[in-house]
Design a protein around this ligand. Structure first.
Ligand code: HEC
Ligand code: HEC
Length: 381
């Protein structure tokens, strides 16, 4: 398979012609650069889905004053008795930092800390420092979020909820130190977003049009047809997952064995899932390995930014899928984790704490050649 800037933009190969046409229809609003005339709102965070999900991959690394294609900032005054986020009276739940009537300007700088591996190899990690000119940050909770890649979502959505629940172990009854929890709210289970805060690709797509673009749906429907929202969701649901590369290479197989051995697969599940039935054949009854259990995990104080959201505590994050992660740099920028703090795959691993602490420590205690095998395995995904 070609790995270039189109790596995350191909349609699922198993789709028939009518589905490919719908895919193409949904690609148009996703790539479209919206203007005020066709329904773009003010204030907003960006003017195009593709502007943040660059080549369907991640958004640009946050640095300095955030621009239209940058990360977004969640803002909350805390949670109410039912666990729902309390919106800021002027800003709501997401700072809209672009447009004539923007709610404030967001600036991100970085604070470096250093550490050493078991063998003495030094490393440096960075953590974001956030500034918002219109906000007293001592009186609110905030969480910086970069855009994750957008592909394969339809497959994740079709995994039966009961199978996801089977993997949960909230009281760690098997005593492996990992106690994944299903994100549950309003009778649904969350699967998408860094906190598993949305149940479906359609609901996420709708919130993206509403929050990120502040879209006027009536105008947008006039331009792209009344099904533009569903079509866009269909498009993002059916973007193909890149194939594995080099999985017969013995070094990559040794990396995979280490991944298993030091407990990474405890959350980035390597056992295949089988999707349920779906009217789109390419999504139906598929055997997939997205390297996620779709559960929330306590990742420790290092990744805890203080903001609880939907069913998730501030220290809890959804295990992100790792499929396609080895191609990240081919479609744009290389940075990882919910706020883009990790500049390399290794830095992402070193930030793991909480339920993943022992796995992270085991990684840091490996020899440099064994660490390289694990990184080589990730690069092949
Ligand atoms: C200003 C940048 C920005 C723009 C514009 C934007 N997004 Fe996003 N998108 C994000 C961020 C940030 C997240 C992660 C949010 C989170 O989890 O807290 C995200 C997450 C998503 C997800 C969830 C992916 C997953 O698997 O968890 C989908 C789907 C998505 N966006 C679709 C869209 C669509 C469709 C559009 C256009 C209508 C769009 N986005 C526009 C920044 C953006
Ligand atoms: C306890 C569950 C758990 C274990 C064990 C675990 N991870 Fe993770 N991993 C996560 C979560 C949750 C995140 C997202 C954290 C965040 O964004 O703040 C993550 C993020 C990542 C990322 C970055 C993904 C992205 O899209 O930015 C990589 C790479 C990764 N893990 C690799 C590993 C490796 C390698 C191991 C074994 C050394 C491992 N993980 C062990 C839960 C786990």
């Amino acid at each position: 398979m070609a790995s270039n800037e189109r790596s995350f933009s191909l349609s699922n190969r198993a789709m028939g012609l009518p589905e490919r046409i719908r895919f193409a229809d949904g690609d148009v609003p996703f790539e479209h650069i919206w203007s005020i005339e066709d329904g773009l709102g003010d204030p907003r965070n960006g003017n195009s889905c593709l502007g943040c999900h660059i080549n369907n991959g991640r958004s640009v690394a946050p640095e300095g004053l955030v621009r239209a294609s940058g990360p977004t900032l969640m803002v909350s005054l805390g949670v109410d008795e039912a666990g729902a986020m309390i919106p800021h009276p002027e800003i709501g739940l997401q700072l809209q930092d672009q447009g004539v009537s923007k709610e404030g300007s967001l600036t991100v700088t970085w604070e470096e800390t250093s550490g050493t591996m078991g063998d003495g190899t030094p490393f440096s990690l960075r953590k974001p420092v956030i500034q918002v000119d219109s906000l007293d940050l001592d009186s609110v909770f905030t969480s910086l979020r970069v855009a994750p890649p957008v592909f394969g979502g339809g497959l994740l959505e079709t995994i039966p909820a009961s199978d996801i629940s089977l993997g949960a172990d909230p009281y760690d009854q098997d005593s492996d130190g990992i106690s994944g929890r299903v994100a549950e709210f309003d009778g649904e289970i969350g699967r998408f977003g860094w906190k598993a805060q949305e149940p479906t690709i359609l609901s996420f797509t709708e919130s993206a049009f509403t929050e990120d673009l502040s879209l006027d749906y009536e105008r947008a429907s006039e331009l792209f047809g009344s099904d533009f929202l569903e079509d866009t969701a269909f498009y993002t649901s059916t973007v193909a997952v890149p194939a594995l590369r080099g999985h017969l290479d013995p070094n990559i197989q040794m990396g995979a064995a280490w991944f298993e051995q030091i407990g990474c697969a405890g959350c980035h599940r390597t056992r295949p899932w089988v999707t349920g039935s779906h009217e789109v054949r390419a999504l139906s009854n598929q055997m997939i390995i997205p390297f996620t259990d779709l559960l929330l995990h306590d990742m420790g104080p290092g990744l805890d930014d203080g903001l609880a959201q939907k069913g998730a505590e501030s220290s809890e994050w959804r295990t992100p899928p790792l499929w396609g992660i080895g191609l990240t740099s081919t479609v744009g920028h290389e940075h990882y984790l919910h706020d883009g703090r990790a500049r390399t795959l290794e830095e992402a691993i070193l930030w793991h704490g909480g339920e993943a602490q022992s796995s992270r420590d085991a990684y840091a205690d490996l020899s440099s050649s064994d660490r390289a095998l694990i990184l080589g395995f990730l690069k092949a995904l």
